[in-house]
Every structure is written in C-alpha cells, then in structure tokens.
Write a protein that binds this ligand. Structure first.
Ligand code: PGA
Length: 264
C-alpha cells in the first residue's frame, strides 16, 4: 500500500478549486479569471480550478486555453439529452471543460437535491469523461447530534452506488464541506477537518475499494486559515467560495496548498 493509500500526503497533488457560485457578470468573470491566471502563474505544485456560472464557461475556455488554470461547472444534470428545461447535460461541456462539481450543499439543502440524484449526476459526469468534485457534509444539527460520520457515509455511499466499479482516483475528488461552515466565516478547526477527511479516505477504501482520491476541505477557507488547514495530513486542498472571488487571496490560498506539497 502506498503512502497515499495509508492516508499520507506525499503523492497527492494538492487541488484548489474556486466556486464562484452565482456571482459576476460574464465581463467580470472574464476579468476575474484572467486575474486568477496571472496571480497564480508562478505557483507550481498545485492544481488550480475555477468553477464559474454556466454562462461564463465557453468564453473562459478561450481565455484559459493552454494555461495552468482548469475550468469546471458548478453542477451538471444526470441525463445526457432530452426534455429537461433549464438543465445542462454533461455532454454539453465535455471535451473542453475539465471538471464538474456535484452535491454542493446549496443544491442538496437549498434546491432539495437528494443523495440518489447526486449519485446519478456523479455517474453521468464520469461517463461523459469529466473529472468530478463530489461535495459532502453535515449540517450543524447533525454534527451536534453526533451524526457526522453516518451522514458522510450515507452521502458517499449514495454517490458511489450507481457505479459497478468505482471510478479511477484521478478522475474524482471528494470535498468535505460542513454546511455550518459554508459562507458563515465559521471555519471547521483543522482538527475537525482532519478527522472527517481521514474518515472519508478510510470509507472510500473500506466500503468502495477506491483508494488514492484527493479529499478537499471547504467552508470559509481564507488566506488566514489556509496554511493551518493544509498542515493537516488528510487535506489535499480546498474548495473555496467567497475568497475565490478575490484573485490575490485565491492565489495566496493556492500558494499555501503548494507549500504543503513541498513539505509533504
Ligand atoms: P465559502 O464557500 O468559502 O464561501 O464558505 C465554500 C463553498 O461553498 O464551496
């Protein structure tokens, strides 16, 4: 078993993804993406992804083509075509878009998406050839009720259920995002984040025979708390919301993740 399989960090390239959510006009998004590209130009040893709104994806593809910044969608539907008004098929972005995010809590809790639907989206995006970030996380009352592990397990198990064999570890990433930490300024402590990220890695190995995938933390990650979070053994990067809208701060977070890679 490699160091990574055992929960070590050495051969997992950190990944930092910026989830812009429903922010920026197309023009503002083009400017932000170009600032992110320039601000991170010299940051090696970390994978950098931006997740703008759907309307921005095609113009950003041209802007970022050939650069070190990868492009991803914030969501994707589980069917490939048909009468699904307002939805975006994974096939529509395959070939020029690198990633899709599925299972964000603002979709699970805000839009009523179920664990099963998240699994279908995950499977459809993988089948289409996209890399996928699958977000999981407990609410505050679930944590207070001692249910964090069981909620994470339930969400993970539903996400992997549609697969006859788990996808390769290099085409998916799990993002642990405690719902109570998203957009609240209440970051999980490094210990709390480490505990759940380690649990996720163990669950992937024990239940799904899927070792080696990266696990990110998300929820009020800032330039101030990034280094302490990345010092934890089982955090392989971050899914960043608010701070990803500020190119310099996002670049500083990516730099902190890259520094982790060098000391690992
Ligand atoms: P936040 O959002 O960094 O603004 O808390 C994280 C996310 O929702 O992915």
């Amino acid at each position: 078993m490699s160091a990574a399989d055992a929960g070590g960090t050495s051969d997992r390239l950190p990944l930092v993804a910026g989830n812009w959510k429903m922010n920026t006009t197309v023009e503002e998004g083009l400017r932000l993406a170009s600032d992110v590209r320039d601000a991170t130009r010299d940051v090696g040893g970390v994978e950098i992804v931006v997740l703008p709104p759907f309307t921005h994806l095609w113009p950003l593809r041209d802007l970022l083509r050939g650069s070190h910044v990868q492009l991803g969608a914030q969501d994707v539907f589980w069917e490939t075509a048909g009468a699904y008004t307002g939805e975006i098929s994974p096939l529509m972005i395959t070939g020029w878009c690198d990633f899709a995010l599925v299972g964000h809590s603002e979709r699970r809790h805000g839009r009523g998406e179920t664990d099963v639907q998240v699994g279908r989206k995950f499977a459809a995006a993988i089948a289409a050839g996209l890399s996928v970030i699958v977000a999981v996380g407990e609410t505050e009352s679930e944590r207070d009720g001692g249910q964090t592990s069981s909620v994470i397990d339930r969400q993970l198990d539903a996400a992997f259920q549609p697969f006859s064999a788990p996808p390769n570890a290099d085409v998916f990433v799990i993002a642990y995002e405690p719902v109570w930490a998203i957009g609240t300024g209440r970051t999980a402590t490094p210990d709390q984040a480490q505990e759940v990220c380690a649990h996720i890695k163990a669950r992937l190995v024990e239940r799904w025979s899927a070792p080696g995938a990266r696990v990110l933390y998300g929820g009020s990650v800032t330039v101030e708390n990034a280094a302490a979070l990345f010092a934890q053994r089982d955090l392989d990067g971050a899914l960043v919301g608010g701070a990803s809208l500020r190119a310099a701060e996002f670049a500083a977070i990516a730099t902190a993740a890259a520094a982790r890679a060098r000391v690992a």
